[in-house]
Design a protein around this ligand. Structure first.
Ligand code: PEP
Ligand code: MN
Length: 333
């Protein structure tokens, strides 16, 4: 349920109302927007008399939120959520350009790619240390050593890092990771989401291969319900009957998510298309569609990459793309 307060509202009356709502065992989230102050109520609101609330001098209107996601709901929080990571803002007017190899393979590879993407304008360095591979015989990632290498690259470049977690037991290894990624295959690993909800790290939550927008939002809700409001949504393509691309990039999800939720939305055109030459057009389309950022796979030697070489851009291709992204963003203003 949301309670929209009159503008302006006296702070003491507002605090009195919040205290009363809390005494009814409700969690109260205060959101002060440009035009309105909104109280988001979570818990059993069935016993709250909405007419009585609406009759209060400081209340403009009361609305029940019919959607099952509450904290991720834009009705709950009118303004875009902005998550600050290093010098980068994700959401709002900021644009996050996350780039790096699919997998961390070696110090040389990561350092070369990290400096190259930074020079081109990337704001976050990506790299998989724990890799969810279809085959148990495929490269599984450098695991803890991969995270150490990411930390070294972070120190050298100053770029914040994002890397995937597959098991909550690995959380201690992620202490110095700036953004924890939950991959598509774990989007509905609810126990993992609950654990991440108890951290204060930004969580990049990728949409599952066969999951709806509502299910993505409900997974974000799991993280937020635990107290971690720093969820970032990521559209990375879904399974369809199409075989020319690895997945089908659902760009309409960007517009829908931006309407339904205040959380930042990132697009990953690398996994969505699976083909390096399609990454640029889809990346630019995502910018035009209103994405708050992109995640792009970049490798210094795609032909010999241990994972996802065919969809990886070279540093030169990435630098070209970054210029075009800036132009599209300028055109949108
Ligand atoms: C990745 O980002 O490396 C990855 C495995 O992505 P996804 O979970 O979207 O397949
Ligand atoms: Mn990959």
């Amino acid at each position: 349920m949301i309670v929209v307060l009159k503008n302006p509202v006296s702070e003491s009356k507002r605090e009195e109302l919040i205290a009363w709502l809390r005494s009814k065992q409700l969690q109260v989230h205060l959101s002060e927007g440009h035009y309105h102050t909104v109280l988001g109520l979570v818990g059993d609101t069935s016993r709250i008399d909405t007419d009585m609330l609406e009759g209060l001098e400081i209340v403009e209107k009361v609305q029940r939120i019919s959607e099952p996601f509450k904290k991720a709901n834009r009705k709950f929080h009118e303004d875009d959520t902005v998550i600050t990571v290093g010098n980068t803002q994700i959401g709002g007017s900021g644009f996050a350009l996350m780039a790096g190899p699919c997998s961390v393979e070696s110090r040389e590879q990561l350092t070369e790619v990290a400096f190259a993407v930074q020079k081109a304008g990337a704001t976050v360095l990506r790299g998989g240390a724990f890799k969810p591979r279809t085959s148990p015989y495929a490269f599984q990632g450098l695991r803890g050593d991969g995270i150490d290498l990411l930390q070294e690259a972070k120190k050298e470049t100053g770029l914040p890092i994002v890397t995937e977690i597959m098991n909550a037991e690995h959380l201690p290894l992620f202490e110095n990771v700036d953004i924890i990624q939950v991959g598509a295959r774990n989007m509905q690993n609810f126990e993992l989401l609950k654990e991440l909800g108890h951290t204060d790290k930004p969580i990049l939550l990728k949409r599952g291969l066969a999951n709806t927008v509502s299910e993505l939002l409900m997974s974000a809700e799991y993280i937020m319900a635990g107290g971690n409001e720093n969820a970032i949504l990521c559209e990375r393509g879904i399974r369809t009957f199409e075989t020319c691309t690895r997945n089908t990039l659902d760009l309409s999800a960007v517009a829908v998510l931006k309407e339904l939720s205040h959380l930042p939305v990132i697009v990953d055109p690398s996994h969505a298309t699976g083909v390096a030459k399609y990454v640029k057009p889809m990346a630019l389309a995502a910018v035009a569609a209103g994405a708050d950022g992109l995640m792009i796979e970049v490798h210094n030697d795609p032909a010999h990459a241990l994972c996802d070489g065919p969809q990886s851009l070279t540093p030169e291709q990435f630098a070209e793309l970054a210029v075009s992204i800036r132009k599209v963003r300028e055109a949108l203003v």
